[in-house]
Design a protein around this ligand. Structure first.
Ligand SMILES: [Mn+2]
Length: 240
């Protein structure tokens, strides 16, 4: 039995120092008192390779390292913005990578953890891009490029992504309930925690004639957001 914290979609970047400060304070405070911290993707606004050691990235790496050294297990799942986060980062920080679709037991309840982007099956254009971006050879070729080139490509993708989001209807940017139920049924779970959509909520529904929940983690826009799971069975979405 343990206290577990889940966060996602912090979108950490140098241009949002308030959110960075909030995270560092959270990591050295509330998070350290937990038994484990799970980061379910889009921790960074963009990650173009473990060799991009800007002073900003290094400050985050140092903070994570300090937390894992103090005994806090930190688990990280790739999001659609930081899927290039790799082995070196994990070595530098002591953070452990978990795959999308990982199952953990929270107070005995099998719970599926996902970033959430693959649940948005209405967004065909994005899923097509995702397939390409998650290809190992494509990633290798990208990582072979100079940091400057990678930064330029990332900036182009970001612009295209913003345009795509602003012109795509809301319902397409959200998860498809049928896909949620399909994945949960396939994995044999009644509980799912994911991020990505930034639509913080706990959804209750019936799956295979039994109560099921889908908890959506909030994004760190103007404040922090975390799901606290306590050993007494209580679950709370809190703002920081
Ligand atoms: Mn995302």
């Amino acid at each position: 039995m343990s206290n577990i914290i889940f966060i996602s979609d912090l979108h950490l970047e140098e241009s949002r120092p308030n959110i960075t400060a909030l995270f560092l304070e959270f990591l050295a405070g509330a998070a350290l008192k937990a038994d484990a911290l799970y980061i379910l993707g889009d921790f960074f606004e963009i990650w173009i390779g473990d060799d991009h050691l800007s002073s900003f990235n290094q400050s985050i790496i140092q903070a994570l390292k300090a937390a894992t050294h103090q005994g806090l297990p930190i688990y990280f799942m790739h999001g659609n913005r930081d899927f290039l986060l790799g082995k070196k980062f994990l070595e530098m920080t002591g953070v452990k990578l978990i795959p999308d679709g990982y199952i953990i037991h929270i107070n005995g309840l099998p719970t599926l953890l996902m970033h959430g982007d693959t649940l948005c099956t209405g967004d065909v254009a994005y899923l097509k891009f995702r397939k390409k971006a998650r290809n190992k050879l494509f990633q290798k070729l990208f990582l072979w490029k100079s940091l400057a080139k990678r930064q330029a490509i990332a900036a182009r993708y970001r612009k295209a992504s913003q345009a795509h989001i602003s012109t795509t209807p809301d319902y397409i940017m959200d998860v498809t309930q049928a896909e949620v139920e399909r994945v949960m049924h396939e994995k044999g779970v009644q509980h799912l925690i994911h991020g990505h959509t930034h639509r913080e909520a706990v959804h209750s529904f019936q799956l295979n004639d039994k109560p099921a929940t889908r908890t959506v983690l909030g994004a760190w826009h103007h404040h922090g957001s975390a799901l606290m799971c306590y050993s007494n069975g209580e679950r709370k979405l809190v703002h920081l």
